[in-house]
Design a protein around this ligand. Structure first.
Ligand code: G3P
Length: 249
């Protein structure tokens, strides 16, 4: 059974409502492969989720960039998984390295969030990835395995999980991983899933790459056997996102 190509656009903390509307109209006019070939999900900041959900073409879907670790309540400033479900937002990005680094989200906290979001019926893009220092010290796979293990310890059904491998040194730097570097980690991660979860989960779970993906480098990355798509930051705010979606072909 093939893994459907997945392209996510993480808009991070960017955009005014006018800018968001402009991005939506570019996306709505783009010619892209059918939903049988590629699954497209864009992730605007929370405040723009209803706007994007209402105005985006129906074959593209919407993700939140985070959600709270348990049922909502007295957690000022947080947004709960239940609220996303209530607004029919199907996807959420969890464990992004910016949140891990800047907000101190631990592997265990991210694992808890993934499990809770899934329990509420959300689909999850779970991010993992090493820093430059960790790569240079040869611990890339240990780091990525520990991040994945914290999720695997709590998650039994992987149907609604996409793993995004995003090396921190490649995010927003213009320094994209080479296709061989991406393939190496994706293949190792799949082996890890095979050994620690199941052969079926390893074969069916999409592992997408994120970090300075662009219209210029996406085709070669997409050609790697274990690269099942992308999580795109900066380029997802530009018309070139359409070219990246076309890399699915
Ligand atoms: O989540 C996507 C991301 O962190 C990659 O960002 O700007 O390097 O494509 P960018």
């Amino acid at each position: 059974m093939g893994r459907k190509f997945f392209v996510g656009g993480n808009w991070k903390c960017n955009g005014t409502s006018d800018e968001i509307k402009k991005i939506i109209s570019t996306l709505n006019a783009g010619q892209v492969p059918s939903q049988d070939v590629v699954e497209v999900v864009v992730s605007p900041p929370f405040v723009f989720l209803p706007l994007v959900k209402n105005e985006l073409r129906p074959d593209f879907h919407v993700a939140a960039q985070n959600c709270w670790v348990k049922k909502g309540g007295a957690f000022t400033g947080e947004v709960s998984a239940e609220m996303l479900v209530n607004l029919s937002i199907p996807w959420v990005i969890l464990g992004h390295s910016e949140r891990r680094a800047l907000l101190g989200e631990s592997n265990e906290f991210v694992g808890d969030k993934v499990a809770y979001a899934l329990s509420q019926g959300l689909k999850v893009i779970a991010c993992v990835g090493e820093t430059l220092e960790q790569r240079e010290s040869g611990s890339t796979m240990d780091v990525v395995a520990a991040q994945t293990k914290a999720i695997a310890d709590l998650v039994k059904d992987w149907t609604n999980v996409v793993i995004a491998y995003e090396p921190v040194w490649a995010i927003g730097t213009g320094k994209v991983a080479t296709p061989a570097q991406a393939q190496e980690v994706h293949a190792e991660l799949r082996k890890w899933l095979q050994a620690n979860v199941s052969a079926e989960v390893a074969a069916s779970t999409r592992i997408i790459y994120g970090g300075s993906v662009s219209g210029a480098n996406c085709k070669e990355l997409a050609g790697q056997p274990d690269v099942d798509g992308f999580l795109v930051g900066g380029a997802s705010l530009k018309p070139e996102f359409i070219d990246i979606i076309k890399a699915a072909e």
